[in-house]
Design a protein around this ligand. Structure first.
Ligand SMILES: O=C(O)CCC(=O)C(=O)O
Ligand SMILES: [Fe+2]
Length: 235
């Protein structure tokens, strides 16, 4: 099945509900094992990427990632364009709840045009590769003033078979309170939608803003690949 109808067939009411209550949601199966393997295999290709980051060199963790160059591989472009319109209403509701003035257009082409006009023109989808002992420190994928508040990561390897450890982790820092951690268990081909930076939480005294970070715990063994889909482009 092409990616667009597959995205349409996901349980969006449930995903939206999970995002509202927890700031993160699993998509359920999104990519077939062969598609995951084909995407992971791109990591070893010389062409198709605009930059490579060795995380240890920057204090980001251990392991590495590569940002795709434009034009994105069709499956990556299809995921980005197909997921965006489903998430834009959530993004707009979040900004309204947090009292932030920005609203996001209903389709990715229009949002990408806004990014380019703001000087953010480099594509941000990326492939990440982790080996034994590798990890990804808690971070936020912000690349300029313009940021879409949700992003998606798709696990391309199978836990237990291809790697051990390496859990996707989110932390949520609440105002004047201690941070809360959440581990999101994923299967190969499954995505997690999560807050890039802030999200609104309804409390007894109205809505407040929490600050989220995400990362990956240490791999105990094997190799783990991820596809990261970030909707704003980079400066
Ligand atoms: O490898 C992961 O699961 C995390 C990837 C990540 O940081 C991202 O997609 O932004
Ligand atoms: Fe990230």
């Amino acid at each position: 099945m092409p990616i667009e109808p597959r995205i349409a067939a996901l349980d969006w009411p449930h995903i939206t509900q999970e995002l509202e209550s927890h700031g993160a949601a699993r998509t359920g199966p999104l990519l077939a094992p062969a598609e995951c393997a084909a995407l992971a295999a791109l990591y070893g290709e010389a062409a198709g990427f605009r930059s490579r980051v060795v995380m240890a060199r920057h204090g980001f963790g251990r392991g590495e990632y590569r940002y795709f160059a434009a034009p994105l591989p069709p499956l990556v472009a299809g995921l980005r364009a197909g997921l965006y319109p489903r998430l834009a209403p959530v993004a707009n509701a979040w900004n309204a709840a947090m009292g932030l003035p920005r609203r996001f257009p209903p389709d990715l082409a229009a949002f990408t045009a806004e990014c380019h006009a703001a000087g953010q023109a480099k594509p941000t989808p990326l492939l990440l590769r982790y080996g034994p002992g590798d990890y990804n420190c808690l971070h936020q994928d912000l690349y300029g003033d313009l940021a879409f508040p949700l992003q998606v990561a798709v696990l391309l390897s199978e836990p237990g078979r291809d790697f051990e450890g390496g859990e996707f982790v989110l932390t949520e820092q609440r105002p004047r309170m201690q941070s809360r951690a959440e581990v999101v268990p994923l299967r190969q081909g499954e995505g997690v939608v999560f807050a890039v930076h802030h999200r609104p939480v309804r409390g007894t005294r109205g809505t407040y803003r929490v600050n989220l970070r995400h990362g990956v715990s240490r791999l105990r063994a094997g190799q783990r690949f991820t596809l990261g889909v970030i909707f704003h482009d980079a400066a």
